[in-house]
Design a protein around this ligand. Structure first.
Ligand SMILES: [Zn+2]
Length: 69
């Protein structure tokens, strides 16, 4: 079974019976208000699990991540 996923694809991190739900998440809401300078986005999977992700504004990205590995 091969599934093409983009790097931006988010999987449901909710644990169900000891396993990650792992279903693709769909963005259902995006908070206009910023929390600690981050945008709060609400994602929901096919089973209705809700997850919240903070989106770091591009302008504030200053961390240097070493991805050479
Ligand atoms: Zn789920």
């Amino acid at each position: 079974m091969t599934t093409e996923l983009t790097m931006d694809e988010r999987k449901c991190p909710v644990f169900v019976d000891g396993k990650e739900c792992d279903l693709p998440l769909t963005e259902v809401d995006r908070e206009v208000e910023k929390i600690a300078r981050y945008d709060l986005a609400t994602y929901q999977c096919g089973l209705g699990h809700r997850s919240y992700f903070l989106h770091e504004p591009k302008a504030l990205r200053r961390r240097d991540k070493e991805t050479d590995g």
